[in-house]
Design a protein around this ligand. Structure first.
Ligand SMILES: NC(=O)C1=CN([C@@H]2O[C@H](COP(=O)(O)OP(=O)(O)OC[C@H]3O[C@@H](n4cnc5c(N)ncnc54)[C@H](OP(=O)(O)O)[C@@H]3O)[C@@H](O)[C@H]2O)C=CC1
Ligand SMILES: O=C(O)C1=N[C@H](C(=O)O)C[C@H](O)C1
Length: 238
């Protein structure tokens, strides 16, 4: 499979190593200074693009993939207010687009555990719930995309929480998400349920970026000859 890597930072490099070891050919490595490679004459030669860049540039990069008619897997976080627009453009143009706030298999299982626990806690108001996410200091967005996905899942079940805030709060109807930036943390997410009698916490801790990168390559292999809008749930059949 011929892969275009859009974004060649920490994730782009980790994906390059895994894709190459699996026998794929990385034909383009596009960073901030190589914007001309996003034109159809270059990008159009790839079977699939994998996009891990910045909140400011992801939307534009995905548009360029649509223009070149190249299926695109994107993991960039912090821009997701535009996701519905991208999904609609993908459907309209019969392109292929797969986004996940977290590509690791472990986190995708953790998402399912989170939903189940939230369903069980919906009728147990004695438990307050709050979240914590810890990432490296270079991370640009807060809360993490994964934390937002976890919060949205939780809010869909636990209706004593009306929304989330990215700080500690005394508002009992708001879900507090605490973001900490500590090197070299690749990504830790914890959900705390706390009652006067006991606490239940669930945590996912990434030990490296390998899980995110390996999941993105699996997603690209899966997306290659498809059209439509997909998530990691489709890839993993969850
Ligand atoms: N979904 C998931 O599983 C995961 C998602 N992420 C997300 O992925 C994104 C990238 O993370 P990470 O690799 O750690 O970040 P880095 O800062 O290490 O890398 C970002 C890269 O994007 C490049 N870039 C910036 N603007 C453009 C542009 N216009 N076109 C092409 N490339 C560009 C930068 O180039 P330059 O250096 O030249 O500026 C750099 O190479 C973040 O949003 C992060 O939250 C991270 C891990 C897992
Ligand atoms: O920026 C990161 O590093 C990560 N970003 C993703 C997120 O925002 O959830 C996924 C992972 O936690 C690492």
């Amino acid at each position: 499979m011929k892969i275009a890597l859009i974004g060649y930072g920490k994730m782009g490099k980790a994906i390059d190593a895994i894709a190459t070891a699996k026998g794929h050919e990385v034909i383009l490595r596009i960073d901030h200074d190589a914007q001309h490679l996003l034109e159809k004459e270059h990008l159009g030669q790839a079977d699939v693009a994998i996009e891990f860049t910045t909140p400011e540039t992801a939307y534009h990069n995905i548009q360029k993939c649509f223009e070149a008619n190249v299926p695109v897997v994107s993991g960039t976080t912090g821009w997701l207010e535009k996701l519905p627009e991208v999904n609609a453009e993908c459907e309209k143009g019969h392109h292929a687009f797969l986004h996940a706030t977290n590509f690791s298999i472990g986190v995708n299982i953790f998402f399912e555990v989170n939903k189940r626990l939230a369903d069980l806690m919906a009728s147990q108001p004695q438990y307050n719930v709050w979240m914590e996410e810890i990432h490296h200091t270079q991370k640009k967005d807060a809360p993490s995309g994964t934390a937002i996905t976890l919060a949205e899942q939780l809010l869909a079940s636990v209706d004593r929480k009306k929304g989330w805030v990215n700080e500690e709060t005394q508002q009992t109807d708001m879900l507090s998400i605490i973001s900490k930036r500590i090197d070299p943390a690749p990504g830790t997410h914890t959900i705390h349920y706390s009652s006067p009698i006991d606490d239940i916490t669930i945590t996912h801790t990434a030990h490296s970026r390998e899980g995110f990168a390996a999941g993105a390559v699996v997603a690209a292999e899966w997306l290659k000859d498809k059209t439509g809008v997909f998530t990691m749930r489709d890839v993993l059949n969850l």
